[in-house]
Design a protein around this ligand. Structure first.
Ligand code: IPD
Length: 305
């Protein structure tokens, strides 16, 4: 890792993110060339493929010895190794993109030794850029391509946004993100629906009575919102390394915690496809994880890559 120029990788990814943002915004939502993969809710567009081609061409030219894993060129069985690897989702939130719902991003991650190490996530609709390098903090920049902020470079904030984040309370004080995912015919779906119900149900009925659940349609942006402290938790099963790699570094650098979406595992793998993210807080992280795992109970989500 000592020989990796993480700042250069970061700067390259930021530049690519702005290129991708222009490509995403130039698509006309009423005229997007789209198809499906596993089912009608698993969507891919020509724009996803064009952005990934631009990203991989640029990265392979500049870093020819590093590996590349991208959502649209992933081959079943492709393994993520220890070598330096770019892990990329060209459009995270494709369903939002095709509906013209302005909540999607490009997610550009870099891992070394299977550890998320550099992360760049950019939502072009809100001109909001999230960035982090392991050990060097996480930042959010708003309005850089709009020329806002000092010298037109955008308004930069350190993450989390609160200078002194509040302690985490119990689940009945929390705002959570969850996602339905595109697989709807298996036990994972039944478990998710049951957990969503238990999270929302009144305490008098045995539920956790959370403030509410949000399903915003982008794993990377959900994680960035947890990093920022705008959401308390995010629970998901079924998403992939390219959905989480970039934002995982951002979450980590903002003091957040990533554990498994299945109870009991405090150290999830980057490609384990089941995650629970908790915002940074001076206390209460461990307790809220345990409360959430108790709601899930002894059933386990099972996703095979
Ligand atoms: C999806 C989104 C969604 C999550 C899915 C992902 P995509 O990514 O992140 O929020 O629930 O698991 O696959 O398909 O929009 O790149």
């Amino acid at each position: 890792m000592a020989d990796l120029d993480l700042q250069d990788i970061h700067d390259t990814l930021v530049s690519i993110a702005f290129d991708a943002g222009r490509m995403i915004l130039s698509a006309n939502p009423s005229d997007i060339d789209q198809g499906t993969k596993l089912n009608s809710a698993d969507i891919v567009t020509e724009c996803d493929k064009a952005v990934e081609a631009h990203v991989s061409t640029t990265l392979r030219a500049k870093y020819p010895t590093y590996a590349f894993m991208g959502e649209e060129t992933y081959q079943p069985g492709q393994k993520l190794g220890d070598e330096p690897t770019f892990i990329v989702d060209p459009i995270d939130g494709t369903t939002n993109f095709v509906h013209g719902f302005p909540h999607a991003c490009i997610s550009l991650g870099f891992a070394a030794g299977r550890v998320p190490t550099v992360g760049v996530v950019y939502n072009p609709y809100l001109d909001t850029l999230y960035t982090a390098i392991r050990g060097r903090g996480a930042h959010m920049t708003v309005g850089r391509s709009w020329g806002l902020g000092e010298g037109g470079k955008g308004k930069v904030s350190k993450l989390p946004l609160a200078k002194t984040p509040a302690p985490l309370g119990a689940l009945d004080t929390a705002l959570l993100a969850v996602e339905w995912g595109s697989s709807r015919d298996d036990d994972n779906f039944e478990l998710k629906a049951e957990v969503f119900r238990k999270l929302c149900l009144a305490k008098t009925k045995g539920g956790a009575m959370v403030h509410s659940l949000r399903s915003l349609g982008s794993a990377a942006l959900n994680l960035c919102a947890v990093a920022a402290g705008q959401l308390d938790l995010y629970w998901e099963g079924g998403c992939w390394a390219w959905d989480v790699c970039a934002a995982w570094t951002i979450l980590h650098e903002a003091g957040g915690l990533m554990v498994s979406g299945n109870p009991g595992n405090w150290k999830p793998e980057i490609d384990e496809r089941k995650y629970l993210a908790v915002r940074g807080a001076p206390s209460g992280q461990k307790e809220i994880v345990e409360e959430m795992w108790a709601i899930i109970g002894d059933k386990k989500m099972d996703y095979t890559s």
